[in-house]
Design a protein. Structure first.
Length: 121
């Protein structure tokens, strides 16, 4: 069972499994691209600043999700801040998206794939 995509999105604690992270990346990058495209089309309009601000918020949410994913593989969540660095962040996000998480609980929380009633799925 996978962690729901939006569960714990604003939390700086906990872990995020690969499937949840991948879907969240797709969702936030699509949102970011749509609003960035809208901002570029409306540079003369007063609303472009709002579109750019929404892109920034999506980038921060991606960094939080990356921190949760990094903790799932047993590394400190501070490495998620590298997701804010242009270029490097994309490479790190792809690397952790394909790296399996630690089995069972680690120092950052319970296994996000563990079903408390059935055991590991």
């Amino acid at each position: 069972m996978s962690k729901p995509v939006l569960e714990g999105l604003l939390s700086l604690e906990g872990r995020r499994n690969r499937r949840s992270f991948a879907w969240l990346m797709v969702l936030l990058v699509a949102l970011q691209d749509a609003f960035l495209w809208a901002a570029l089309k409306r540079q003369d309009d007063a609303t472009w600043e709002l579109y750019v601000a929404i892109c920034g918020i999506a980038q921060i949410l991606l960094a939080i999700a990356l921190a949760q994913r990094v903790r799932d593989i047993g590394k400190p969540g501070v490495l998620g801040l590298l997701g804010l660095v242009p270029g490097i962040g994309n490479v790190i996000a792809l690397a952790v998206a394909f790296t399996p998480g630690e089995l069972g609980a680690n120092r950052y929380g319970d296994d996000p794939l563990r079903d408390p009633l059935l055991g590991r799925k």
